[in-house]
Design a protein around this ligand. Structure first.
Ligand SMILES: [Cu+2]
Length: 68
């Protein structure tokens, strides 16, 4: 089990948080997602997922992953 923190831009409200949480949470291997709206930090726990999968999920939700 590993924890990785990413920074996502474009999130402005609780709806954004829930969109990112559900898209990232659906990635294979992701066990939990914690989003801090103020800092844009998205902390992902799990195993077997890749940064690119997280990037794609964030993109799918309509936001941008700016750092891993
Ligand atoms: Cu929003």
């Amino acid at each position: 089990m590993a924890e990785q923190t990413y920074v996502v831009t474009g999130m402005t409200c609780a709806h954004c948080v829930s969109s990112v949480s559900s898209e990232v949470g659906a990635v294979d291997g992701v066990d939990s997602v914690a989003v801090d709206l103020a800092s844009g930090r998205v902390t992902v726990s799990g195993a077997g997922y890749s940064d690119e999968q997280i990037r794609a999920a964030v993109d799918e939700a309509g936001y941008q992953l700016v750092s891993a």
